[in-house]
Design a protein around this ligand. Sequence first.
Ligand SMILES: *Cc1c(COP(=O)(O)O)cnc(C)c1O
Length: 336
Amino acid sequence: MASSLASRPRFKLCHLPTPLEPLKRLSAHLGGPQIWVKRDDATGLAFGGNKARKLEFILGDALAKGADLLLTAAGVQSNHARQTAAAAARAGIGCELVLARMVPFASSDYETSGNVMLDKLLGATVEIVERGTDLNAAMNERADRAKRAGRAPYIVPFGGSAPPGTFGYVDAALEILNQQNDAGITFDHVFQATGSGGTQAGLVCGFSTAGSSAPRLHGISVLAKGADYRDKVLRLVAETAAELGMKPPSDDATIVNYEHVGDHYGVPTEAMKDALALAARHEGLILDPVYTGKALAGMIAAIRKGQIAKNETVLFMHTGGTPALFPYREALSGAL
Ligand SMILES: *Cc1c(COP(=O)(O)O)cnc(C)c1O
């Protein structure tokens, strides 16, 4: 399967492999298990994060098809939008972003700082639209307009979550399996934030190559609750496996936990704020309020409930998102 990945068009954007580091002080604070972090916040593209790995395959595909413009839609403080803008800049092609007001609050920081500021610095065209706007229709309309103007647009799906974007995390899983061998450890559990689902789908496929020694992957939902949402991830797993000609992983390998979303996507929870402070103050590790803070809160809750044994080894996926800290200045002020 590694060879099936190697034959896919890919445009190098990331610093790989990203570091795998032990979190000794956090492990001691929680009284075990042994906790490690995968530093995918350090993928290197315009402040890093998980979308860079997906974009290597997406951009490879886009350029192979002759595209000269990337179009994508997301939330206002989207890390995916920022990294898409950076990828387009690296390839020397255009980027148009349609950003929806997805969170139920507004502040001037939220619409001007953090990722949206970086999108503009990276040269993308940014349009902010209301919540509830049909984003697929908005993207298709822009693609048609671009074609009429003689451009060759390429629509990047939400979060880059479809093959070939998911291949980036199949590759990441293989990278983690190699790194754990080199470090002489075996991960029993892996925790990650799940949004559009492509990261989890890729990891499920990649880890399935380890057979019975594959870690249990826990997707902590930050977006939606309910079985429909897991079905979406399962569909992405099936599509990714089919595209790569792999044996489809068992459905049991796709675990989605809905307990840490809180009231809404992008709305802080107390447990997220505690997790942010814990990582910063015990490890000097900066997480983000939308994804990784809630994912770490989910991991801490599992440890505190005894769902993870003290002698087990756990990996936390740091998927990035730190530029979104700054627009959350007011929302986080009580926690700092
Ligand atoms: C997008 C994102 C995720 C979730 O990844 P999906 O593939 O969309 O599920 C996690 N963390 C950060 C920081 C992200 O930007």
